[in-house]
Design a protein around this ligand. Structure first.
Ligand code: NOJ
Length: 733
């Protein structure tokens, strides 16, 4: 059947169903109930049999899921199968790095593969819908949910978000192992004030469109089946009642034909926001704005039928909402195969899945520092190594946030992996130093320091336990928690080479890390295979190749700090920046610098977006655009010469940034427009060609229309957002 014929058949089946449905059954399709626990409570049983519940979340027992489907398909009047939803965020049993870590791979193929594995594992339980990818822009590391984002950049988030959608949904939506994806949280959630979860967001429309909405559009273009609204209040109208987002942008401008689900209770919470007086009005506002399905709260079930009979919400409106849901069920092929046979899927945590998780974890680790080539370790020069720290041997904590179904028993920790890698060659002694990353008591310090003293090299594994990031787990102080900084200082003061491995769910402020630390690996929460991934980098099995998906702040007070900021009328320069310590005490009270900076911290981040070292010695030798004047329908050819002058084979992430020099609205000082992970053998020189479509230069201007504006552009090429190799081009009218 052709694509067009297939769509026609689906639409026809929707209409046939709609004709037979009572109003209550229609509203049933818009109701997502929370199940769970491997049993079917009476209320849920009744809801399903009577066609009052169209979807269930959080049930992962396959027999129960099949039984739920049986009651829906065989015992409800119209036999409509259920959507079975679950937060499958970065793996199911096999846990991949947190999304922020996956973003650090800058590798869409790996992100797609990770989502595929997660979909296959989740399918074994009958899950057919996941609440991922999360596409909120993460520019505030205090916000615990930054762990679930792809970082600060709209382009990187768009590319990786689309890859994740493809991974979950597979080549064919109705094939075994394909599950519906859900892009969330629409929209602006990442801008929660002060990085506090559920907080208000105030985003001007131009920034909303140019930054926050971009990854969602990319997910739509990748065919995402559903979207979830945000908990947050956007400029005074909470997202779950925001007609501008849900109707104007999503349906009218973007032609979305999937369905929109609320977040958990976010419709009934319209009352707490102060937008409505009661559940009835909440149901009215959400339905009017365009939320198709309600998660957890029951304002639709209780009030939508009456709102229709009263004429406040038209039945056509409800029909449209139901169509969006049924379309997804039909596309998924649920009517044809509502049941799942777990044995038809590969085992959870099988060697192939673990290998994929290992490769993703390896590529997610960012090497920030490597003084005197401390890394990779040279086992033949070592006799003993100390592994210290509360994150070194924590199978659960290394998995990170949102791991409802993750299996810590599958986890391999850094300690176990290092021991295995150095077995027989180097004596490995372990001391945790601190009970948890939050502990303040220093009772464990003496033993840790003894171990460090006795060792040739110390690997210190610090960071944040899993519970310190994720939903509602925000921090005001984003330095290492507990007494970890003291432990680090004391170990570092022994004069041994110290390799610091940080596992965390966010960008931590790193300026205070002692200078004497020889090497730093930023490993995020690396998932099941975090240990071997870290060990492989430490021992040189692979060169590090991860790149920061966020700028690492020096101190929390710099937040928000991101590379694609605006220039301002008074940008700081090396000449105008004055540090508080350099203010002459005798100088008269005149203003200093008169440019945009803090007096007590350098305006740059500690490490820029895109940054990451390798064991090679990569040089960007030249960049050129053979035809630097392009027209709107064409593309810009960029030729780059890049060389690895080192002794190690590496993977390098080549990045291209532009600046649109003059716009109808001001443009960021730099924007990522293209990137590619390339392999470079020791001594290899490569000539790379990129074609940047002129469409990539488009943005929403003062008239709020998306188009590229003619004029001059700067273009930089390199390994991070601060690279200096530059050329220019021009977009002709
Ligand atoms: C609330 C979270 O905000 C959302 O991301 C998640 O998918 C739902 N709960 C369902 O668990």
């Amino acid at each position: 059947m052709t694509e067009v014929a297939h769509i026609a058949v689906i639409e026809e089946r929707i209409e046939r169903l709609l004709e037979q449905m009572t109003l209550e059954e229609k509203v049933g399709q818009l109701t997502l109930a929370s199940g769970g626990g491997g049993h079917i409570p009476e209320w849920l049983d009744e809801g399903i049999r009577r066609g009052r519940t169209g979807a269930v979340l959080n049930e992962v027992d396959v027999d129960t899921v099949n039984e739920l489907q049986r009651r829906a398909v065989e015992e409800s009047r119209l036999g409509i199968p259920l959507l079975i939803g679950r937060d499958v965020i970065h793996g199911f049993r096999t846990v991949f790095p947190i999304p922020l870590g996956q973003a650090a791979t800058w590798n869409p193929e790996l992100v797609e593969r990770g989502a595929r594995v997660a979909a296959l594992e989740a399918s074994r339980c009958g899950i057919n819908w996941t609440f991922a990818p999360m596409l909120d822009i993460g520019r505030d590391p205090r916000w615990g949910r930054v762990a679930e984002t792809f970082g600060e950049d709209p382009h990187l988030s768009s590319v990786l978000g689309a890859a994740m959608v493809r991974g979950f949904q597979g080549g064919e939506l109705d094939a075994d192992g394909s599950i519906a994806a859900c892009a969330k949280h629409f929209a602006g959630y990442g801008a929660s004030e002060s990085g506090k979860d559920y907080n208000s967001t105030n985003i001007p429309e131009n920034e909303l469109r140019n930054v926050h909405l971009r990854p969602f559009k990319a997910a739509l273009d990748a065919g995402v089946c559903s979207l979830m609204t945000s908990f947050s209040d956007l400029d005074g109208v909470p997202a779950s009642a925001n007609e501008f987002l849900l109707d104007q942008v999503l349906r009218r401008e973007w032609d979305f034909d999937g369905f929109v689900v609320s977040d958990w209770d976010s419709i009934s919470q319209l009352q707490a926001h102060g937008l409505t007086e009661n559940d009835r009005e909440s149901a009215y506002e959400a339905a009017r704005a365009g939320v198709d399905m309600e998660m957890a709260s029951t304002t639709y079930a209780h009030h939508l039928p009456q709102l229709v009979t009263e004429g406040r919400i038209s039945e056509e409106k409800v029909d449209g909402m139901v169509r969006n849901v049924l379309r997804t069920k039909l596309r998924l092929g649920l009517f044809e195969r509502p049941y799942v046979d777990p044995e038809s899927f590969p085992d959870w945590g099988n060697p192939t899945y673990l290998a994929d998780a290992l490769e993703t974890a390896r590529q997610s680790i960012v090497m920030l520092r490597n003084r005197d080539e401390t890394l990779p370790l040279k086992p033949h020069e070592l006799s003993s190594l100390a592994v210290i720290g509360p994150m070194a041997d924590e199978p659960y904590e290394q998995l990170g946030t949102w791991i409802f179904d993750g299996d810590p028993e599958l986890s391999q920790t850094p300690l176990s992996a290092i021991r295995e890698a150095l077995h027989g060659e180097v004596e490995v002694r372990y001391e945790r130093g601190l009970e948890t990353t939050r502990s303040r008591t220093r009772d464990g310090f003496p033993a840790a320091l003894d171990a460090a003293r006795a060792a040739d090299v110390v690997v210190l594994v610090l960071g944040e336990e899993s519970i310190l990031s994720g939903e509602a787990h925000c921090r005001a102080d984003i330095t290492l928690p507990g007494a970890q900084a003291a432990l680090l200082d004391e170990v570092a003061s022994l004069g041994k080479p110290v390799i610091l491995v940080i596992m965390a769910g966010r960008a931590l402020a790193v300026e205070a890390l002692p200078d004497s630390v020889a090497a730093i690996l930023y490993a995020w929460h690396p998932g099941t295979m975090g240990g071997p991934a870290i060990s492989d980098i430490l021992t040189g099995v692979v060169s590090p190749s991860g790149r920061l998906p966020v700028s690492l702040p020096r101190v929390g007070g710099q937040i928000p700090i991101y590379y694609a900021h605006k220039n301002t009328g008074r940008p700081p320069t090396p000449e105008t920046f004055v540090h508080i310590d350099d203010i002459d005490p005798g100088a008269p009270q005149v203003s200093i610098g008169n440019t945009s900076f803090h007096l007590d911290v350098h305006p740059s981040p500690a490490y820029p977006f895109g940054f990451g070292l390798t064991y090679g010695d990569v040089h960007y030798r030249s960049v050129s655009c053979p035809e630097p004047r392009i027209t709107p329908g064409s593309s810009l050819e960029v030729i780059i010469e890049v060389a690895n002058e080192g002794q190690w084979d590496v993977e390098e992430v080549v990045q291209i940034y532009i600046r649109d020099l003059v716009g109808s609205v001001t443009r960021p000082v730099r924007e990522l427009v293209a990137f590619r992970r390339v392999s470079l053998e020791a001594g290899e020189v490569r000539h790379l060609r990129f074609d940047i479509d002129a469409k990539e230069l488009a943005f929403y201007g003062r008239d709020m229309k998306r188009k590229a504006e003619p004029g001059r552009f700067h273009l930089w090429v390199g390994g991070h957002a601060g690279s200096t190799l530059q050329t220019e081009f021009e977009l002709l009218p």
